[in-house]
Design a protein around this ligand. Sequence first.
Ligand code: ADP
Length: 145
Amino acid sequence: MAATLTLGIIKPDAIASGKTGVIVAHLQQAGFVPRAARMVRLSRAEAGAFYAVHRGRPFYADLVEFMTSGPCLPVALERDDAVAHLRTVIGATDPAEAAPGTVRKLFAESKGKNAIHASDSVENAAREVAFFFTEGELAGLWGRE
Ligand code: ADP
């Protein structure tokens, strides 16, 4: 099957607790190849735009607050059927309900502070990868555009 891209974000809770490296290693062991990554501190406007689909949901304000509380690490991840595989690897939104061995079961604190984001559809993956990375960055052409 052809290699495809999805977006993962190591969230501020996992960065703050020193789990960045072990989570990236976990993703690599699950067959994902990082194609682009950058540590960013999202503004409220950026977090709001990224999560615009959740505007109006009861947890939206807390989500924006949390995602702007510290740096996070968006990573464009490649493998076959990347979107579906990453959703399986991260586990359920609430770590209490996540399957054993998933990133959220292993590393998340709570339903809000849940260590990692993953795109939930092929369409959203394309939008979310493009939100953070240029075509040149994805092709490994840093600084050469
Ligand atoms: P997922 O990240 O598993 O795709 P959602 O798209 O439903 O989950 O929600 C986006 C993010 O919003 C979650 O990862 C979590 O950080 C936060 N969130 C969702 N539901 C809740 C909730 N009931 N309480 C607190 N935070 C929530």
